[in-house]
Design a binder for this molecule. Sequence first.
Ligand code: PLP
Length: 359
Amino acid sequence: QVFNFSSGPAMLPVEVLRRAEQELCNWNGLGTSVMEISHRSKEFMQVAQDAEKDFRDLLKIPSNYKVLFCHGGARAQFAAVPMNLLGQAKSADYVDGGYWAQSAIKEAHKYCVPNVIDAKTTVDGKRAITAMKSWALNDDAAYVHFCPNETIDGIAINEQPDFGDKVVVADLSSTILSHSIDVTRYGVIYAGAQKNIGPAGLTLVIVRDDLLGKASQALPSVLDYSVLAENESMFNTPPTFAWYLSGLVFKWLKEQGGVDEIDKVNQAKADLLYGVIDRSDFYRNDVAVANRSRMNVPFQLADAALDKRFLEESFDAGLHALKGHRVVGGMRASIYNAMPLEGVKALTDFMVDFERRHG
Ligand code: PLP
């Protein structure tokens, strides 16, 4: 059995893939594939509505928030957020906690003057993030943007935002649905689908009603939250197959007991993997315990000369995509919702054995 530790596109629940396989050529008894039918057909509208309902149930999204099913990946939102939310404001607060936050800041420079809050710090020589209460937010900033889980750095901001009236925008691409959140603390949440939701090509946006209608004139309609909301995410042809498959993932997650239950499994997986890393001098993780990501676990081998061998042998053992991002190096195991505990067990067994043979 193969366990795929890719950071995204990432592993999907096997039950979902099997069902999609069964239904691929003959969906819903129609004799065609779901990807071949009109997005405006009553059959697909049902798929779309069910997916939205299940997603809303899973995250307990209040009725004064719209859920948008968008194209363009999370990177499109790096532009969509300022163009939808700035209004008359000239600046926005951007918290820099790692690679993806920095990418959002770079894009924001095209539309405003980002007030960059450098939240990167160290604790006992390990990479960490400063406490939210120390973030110097600007009164005239239209919103504050941050990324609670840095997929590449393996750094998480685990505090829930509490900034009074400030509009909070969060890139939840690599942590959405892995634990429960209080949606009411946010103005906008966005997430590319290809980690914890479904296939690439779909991006989910959750936006509070009162933030609609402020878009810049120059904003392309396909990125305009108001246009998308008015058209129930069907202003242009949506990525229907990704939407359908994500709907199956939401049903699967409900069957697992929902977000609170998967949260427990995610904690058990992270404890197991970090436990093996921490008990050894052969492996190392450079992130302070309080900011460790439970979704993306980067680790280094003490002897980097063994990296290639580790990757070859792990691949042969059915443990795929463990190479770290080029910015960080070493290894990275992404262990999103669809990764079962037994997958992490297989990885840690391999790591212990590899250390025994090469340590
Ligand atoms: N934000 C985060 C946290 C990510 O992990 C990624 C991709 O891995 C992105 C943004 C960019 O997403 P996309 O490739 O969908 O534009």
